[in-house]
Structure formats: C-alpha cells, structure tokens
Design a binder for this molecule. Structure first.
Ligand code: HAM
Length: 454
C-alpha cells in the first residue's frame, strides 16, 4: 500500500468541516479588517528563503524541501509565507500604490522538514497577515489583536499572549555583542550547531531545540536590557495600544522567534489547555522593518503574523469547543423506478440551484434502505416520489424529525421548503465575543463596555 508522506495528513469528514469553518471565519474577519487576500507560489527560488528567512535559521539550514527543476534552477517549497509576500510586493511595485499601507492576508500550505509530532507537521497550512508600509505601533497592536480575536471568536478561552521587543538595529547590535560576550567563555557547553551560531547569529542560540534546557540559556542576557530609548518608547506605545484593545499581553523576554527578519515587536500566542502538547504556540509574528530592502526593495517597515490552521483545530478539540459545523442535508429525494428517477434527477438540480442542500439515491437501494440512508445523512425532510402521484403533479414531503407528512403540488415545493427549512445562521461575531470586559479590564476606559458606563 502506498501511504502518505511522513508529517502530512489526509483531512476529511468532520475534521475537514472544522478546517473549512475556521477558514471561513478567517475570511469573514479579514473582510472586516479590510485585509486583501493574496496567493503566491508554493515554490520560490531557494535564494529567496536563504536571504529572506535567514541563512543561520533552523528553517533554512535543516528544514527546507529543496529541489532542482528541469531547467537546473534551485527551488524550494515555501517554509513560510512572509518571504514570498515581500518578494511579490517588490516585484509588483506595490510600494508605489496610492493606498498605503498594503494590508495582505494569505492562507496556504507550507513545507518544513521537521520531526513530526502532534501539532508539528511537514506539510502545514498557515493563515498569515502582513502590513507593509507603516511603522505605526498601532499596526503592531492591530496585528496582535487579529490573532487574539480570531482565537476568541472561534471559542478558545485558554490563550496567553507573550510579547517582547528586539529593538532597532542599534539595540540588536548591542544585544548581539552582549550575547557573544556571555556565551564565549561557555562555548564547550553548547551543541555543535550553537558553536557555529555564536559568531554567525548568537540570537539563534536562544531558540536552539537541543540546548533549550541548559541553565546557561535560561540565564542569558535578555533583549530588553539592551533596548535604546527610542526602542523602549516604541515598545511602550505598543503595550499602551494593546491595553486600549483590551489585550492582556505578558512581556516575555525569552521570545526571540526562529526567523532572522524580526526587529522591535515580536509576539507569540500560546494555548494553555492541558494536553495540547509541546507545540503549544498557536501563532506568532512581529515587525520586520529591514526585509524589504534586504530583498532589493525600498526601505519599508512591515509587521505580520501567521498561525497554523492544524494547531487551531487541535486546540479547539482539546478545549472541547463545539463548532457550529454539521453534516446535514435539507432533503433526501426518494424514488424506486426509472420514471421516478428522472423526476428525482431533475428535482435535485432544481432545488440545489434554489439554495437547498439535497441528497438522493445513487445505490439502487429499495425504499427501506433509502429511509435508512436519509437518516444517516441527517436529512431534515424526505421527498418521496411515486409514479401515480407524479401523474397529478403531486409529491409527498415528510418531516424526518416529527414524521409528519403531507402531499403537496410539485410546483409548490420550493415555497414549502423556503418556509419550513431553517436557514443556516450567517457567520456573525458580536462585540461580546470579541471582548468580554470585566472590572480588571486593561482598556483604560476605552472599551465599549466602560464607555457605556461613563
Ligand atoms: P512561525 O512561528 O515559523 O512564523 O510559524 C507561525 C505558525 O505556523 C506557528 O505558530 C504554528 O502555528 C504554525 N507552524 C509552524 N511550523 C509548523 C509545523 N511544522 N507544523 C504545524 N504548524 C506549524 C512564521 O512562519 C512567520 N512567517 C510569521 C510571520 C508573518 N512573521 C511576520 N509575518
């Protein structure tokens, strides 16, 4: 038997419905924030990720799927979405658009050759947003709030937002120097990779998976001690704006992120629920003000984040959140002979094109078997066709719950269903779901609830 590649999943049945629901909520939320949907290629030139994600990151050194195409070009399956978006922003000269900043979202598969475990896959689906062209700390707060609001709307309760600042170039350089000074006397305690990282990019030592438990790492200097005044003030603004949005963020100086492009704000949102596993980070991101010019574009401040759809669904399952997804049809059309079948075929199309979810018989079952099949498919109504009735343009319609049935004129069927079948609720998220304000609320009186009180 040929099996799926390691670290990949077949997503089907109710699980697939959950994924689709999460993606529908994302699309609806992005409409409200007015971020534009964008698709970029699943593979790009290898060079893009080396220069974009960073030569010394685990992602680039150990985790990319690289291949040489038939034209001898070095290609890589994208391990993340930001580098491709930035490449496209430059190539399509979006920096020249009148409407700045450029606000983008994407949702697609990414590929990382990681050691698979629950929540860590080789093929993963990421929803991400990128705001290109604004340095306003309000953007940092907005991007973080998108992540938080998404998780809350979906029903997750146990989340924790960790933020940190890596500062501007001057602060990062000072921090880099401090890390080299700190680690150099202990170089022998570090793993082989970290020995190399020490000169190339000492920040990467801090998120080394091998050395993670060393006290040496735990006691290392933190970024916050090396922020210059400007970077500190900027970080304060981000925190103030998060407060206005009612987002409680914990400053965690251990958050340095595994990709090279960040400066200033970085953040990660964790799921706290028991049993979520080692991969408890739902999503993360930060500011990357140098990436556009590093990749050949004009200097452009940017901010973004990404979250794995698989991890969200896993967290929802662990928190036992019931999503409004069901496998149900409005009506099942039943027939036994060929003449009735022709009517069934026509009627099914007619009703589907009028907005109803319709099933019918495809397996040549008798009536008894069709009743059972209709139950298995959770059909709300049964439409029973019968040659004699059809001569008079009549059909039987039966409520599959109450078992009440009546004979009606076929021409009246659409109106009948319109009246009787409950419409699926449109996706809607109210203020309460987004922000449950309480007395400890961090909003400084800016939230809806407190404003009403005043
Ligand atoms: P990242 O932290 O590498 O950031 O990935 C973001 C999210 O993608 C993770 O928090 C996780 O939910 C999901 N993810 C990552 N790797 C895996 C995996 N192997 N299996 C399952 N899920 C995974 C980025 O990718 C940045 N591009 C985020 C960003 C956007 N920063 C600025 N803009």
């Amino acid at each position: 038997m040929i099996t799926k590649p390691k670290g990949c999943h077949d997503i089907y049945g109710m699980e697939a419905r959950k994924w689709k629901y999460v993606e529908q909520v994302i699309d609806a939320l992005m409409e409200k924030y007015h971020y534009n949907y964008m698709r970029t290629p699943i593979f790009e030139s290898t060079e893009l990720f080396h220069r974009g994600v960073g030569e010394s990151t685990d992602i680039v050194t150990k985790e990319t799927y690289d291949f040489v195409d038939r034209g001898e070009r070095a290609m890589t399956l994208r391990p993340e979405g930001t580098a491709g978006i930035v490449r496209s922003y430059i190539e399509n000269k979006m920096y020249g658009d009148a409407t700045q900043p450029v606000k983008i979202y994407y949702n697609g598969t990414m590929y990382r050759y990681e050691r698979p475990q629950s929540g860590r896959d080789r093929e993963l689906t990421q929803f991400g947003v990128e705001v290109l062209g604004s340095d306003d700390p309000m953007v940092d707060a907005e991007v973080i709030s998108i992540a938080v609001n998404l998780y809350k709307i979906l029903g997750l309760k146990e989340i924790k937002v960790n933020i940190n600042s890596l500062g501007d170039k001057e602060s990062r350089d000072a921090y880099r120097k401090a890390l080299i000074e700190y680690f150099t006397p202990h170089i022998d305690e570090l793993c082989e990779d970290c020995k190399e990282r020490l000169q190339k990019n000492p920040l990467r030592i801090l998120d080394c998976k091998v050395d993670a438990d060393l006290d040496l790492l735990k006691n290392a200097p933190t970024t916050l001690d090396y922020l210059n005044e400007e970077s500190k003030n900027r970080f304060e603004k981000v925190k103030e704006y998060l407060g206005v949005l009612g987002i409680e963020a914990v400053v965690n100086p251990k958050i340095v992120r595994g990709l090279d492009y960040y400066n200033h704000t970085v953040f990660e949102v964790e799921a706290k629920v028991e049993g979520f596993g080692a991969q408890n980070v739902l999503g993360g991101g930060g500011r990357y003000n140098s990436l556009v010019d590093q990749l050949g574009g004009p200097e452009t401040p940017c901010m973004g984040f990404a979250t794995g759809i698989g991890r969200i669904v896993l967290a929802l399952d662990k928190e036992e959140v019931e999503l409004p997804v069901k496998d149900q049809v409005d009506a099942f059309i039943m027939y036994v002979n060929e003449e009735e079948k022709l009517h069934a075929l026509y009627l099914a199309q007619e009703l589907r094109l009028n907005g109803f979810a319709i099933e019918t018989e495809y397996m040549n079952r008798g009536l008894k078997g069709q009743f059972k099949q209709a139950d298995r498919l959770n059909s709300k109504y049964l439409i029973i066709l019968n040659s004699d009735d059809l001569k008079e343009n009549l059909i039987t319609i039966k409520n599959n719950q109450t078992k009440e049935e009546e004979k009606i004129d076929m021409d009246y069927l659409i109106y009948y269903l319109d009246e009787h079948v409950e419409e699926e609720e449109a996706l809607h998220f109210g203020h309460e779901e987004l922000h449950e304000c309480d007395d400890d609320c961090d909003c400084d009186g800016h939230c809806h609830h407190h404003e009403e009180e005043r």
